[in-house]
Design a protein. Structure first.
Length: 460
């Protein structure tokens, strides 16, 4: 099997334009579905992508659709007839089918499901669609091998063979009782090491790690990492086995969550990528930029509030350190919030530990504040901001004390914001973006102005 070479895209587009099905099919037949998806993504026209899809068998077409990005898949689905979508879905497992169907509008969803010939699969799809997409139920698959705990080893192997015909990957055999409640797992190794077992329940591994259908997918991902799992059974509220989640499902979710968090942290209010339109990217980026402008105006108003002209006339050297105050507060706050967001995401920080972490962060901030303020104080001793020694002293004290206070505030604020957002069930990743930076800029400027004004009033 060969790989898709981007250098061949012009040649392939020429074949598509010429409707040369024979040569094009010869080329794509040797490609992996992921490479065919990459090829389709490089095409400029949806009709060209449809032409390629029509050359694929139903199974390969299903794999290609599963590999495509959501936007590219949505463009294809919009032009594909519902009966073709239904035939393609029949080659998917129920979980992938649900992901695809949910990208259609409600009328098309109903029409596609009705045209699925496999009634059992259609039923599984309908059942899975009731679960929230951010829960275990929304990511599970119903394709799995299940045996009764009272089966003998020969009967178990027979049941496994019958069910395995429709399975692509087999990790574990799930063991249930007569009421379909999950009782254990049966690794394939057991069929070799215990070939004459009287009943499966005597050789199975009891009390397997499982999750409920309403468990948040973030918690499921943490369990996979904690216990080094490749698959996990999913049960309902009374312990009945309803599906399984595999590690590849979780890896996709972790990647998507990481991308969402990164974009939130950089000030994007929606998920975008380089292929999105100008308008889409503008809408995602402008809101936080607008907030940044508001923050800048607020800083300007604070400076404009210097009615007595202390900054401009008495101590002009104070203005030199405004970027230092704002930049340091923003950086410290972003660092603190990023650590908390990461801890909440990977489970190393729990809300009940918030007070302990806040205290630790305070002492870290105290060390940072002393060192940063001390370095700036030394700088001002070596290179005074004013030729007048008394004015230089006031400027040095104002900057040093302000930096100390700003670092402490920014650290505590940056730590508290994501914790509060987590308690309010709001994605704490937004705390690492412009929100903390803008707030620290404004508060830092207020601190700087107040301390400077008080020192001027006391010493001049």
């Amino acid at each position: 099997m060969k790989e898709f070479n981007i250098d061949n895209i012009d040649q392939l587009e020429a074949l598509i334009e010429a409707k040369d099905e024979a040569q094009l099919k010869t080329y794509i037949d040797d490609l992996h579905p992921a490479d065919i998806a990459e090829l389709i993504a490089e095409l400029d026209d949806v009709d060209e992508a449809l032409f390629v899809m029509q050359l694929l068998d139903d199974e390969t077409a299903a794999d290609v659709l599963a590999e495509l990005d959501e936007d590219e898949r949505a463009d294809l689905l919009e032009k594909m007839p519902n009966e073709i979508i239904a035939k393609t879905i029949e080659q998917m497992d129920a979980a992938d089918a649900v992901d695809l169907i949910q990208e259609l509008d409600e009328d098309d969803q109903e029409d596609v499901i009705k045209q699925i010939d496999d009634v059992e699969q259609a039923g599984d799809i309908v059942d899975l669609m009731q679960y929230d997409e951010d829960t275990a139920g929304g990511h599970m698959s119903t394709e799995m091998i299940v045996v009764n705990e009272n089966l003998s080893m020969p009967d178990c192997i027979k049941a496994m063979r019958e069910q395995a015909e429709d399975m692509d990957e087999i990790y574990n055999i799930y063991v249930v009782d007569d009421d379909n409640r999950l009782k254990g797992v049966f690794p394939l190794k057991k069929t070799i090491t215990n070939p004459s077992a009287n009943k499966i329940k005597y050789v199975m591994e009891p009390n397997p790690i499982s999750v409920k259908t309403d468990t948040p997918i973030e918690d499921v991902a943490l369990d996979f990492e904690k216990y080094d799992l490749v698959a996990m059974p999913v049960v309902d509220s009374i312990g009945r086995l309803v599906g399984r989640i595999t590690v590849d499902d979780i890896m996709d979710e972790v990647r998507e969550q990481s991308e969402r968090d990164y974009q939130l942290a950089t000030g994007l209010v929606a998920e975008v990528d380089t292929g999105d339109s100008v308008w889409t990217q503008f809408r995602a980026r402008f809101p936080w930029l607008l907030i940044g402008i508001v923050g800048g105006i607020a800083n300007a108003l604070i400076l404009d509030g210097d009615d007595e002209g202390q900054w401009q006339t008495i101590l002009p050297g104070l203005a030199v350190f405004i970027p230092l105050i704002g930049g340091t507060g923003g950086n410290v706050g972003t660092q603190s919030s990023a650590i908390v967001v990461q801890g909440l995401a990977n489970g190393s920080l729990e809300l009940r530990q918030a007070g302990k972490h806040l205290l630790k962060e305070f002492f870290v901030a105290l060390l940072n504040a002393v060192l940063i303020a001390g370095l700036v104080f030394l700088y001002n001793l070596i290179w005074p901001a004013d030729d007048d020694p008394s004015k230089a002293t006031i400027t040095s004290m104002a900057v040093t004390i302000s930096l100390f206070a700003v670092v402490l505030f920014a650290s505590v604020f940056g730590t508290m914001v994501p914790i509060v957002l987590e308690k309010l069930k709001i994605d704490p990743a937004i705390a690492t973006g412009p929100f903390v930076t803008v707030t620290n800029d404004i508060v830092g400027m207020l601190i700087y102005m107040l301390i400077s004004s008080e020192l001027i009033n006391l010493m001049i």
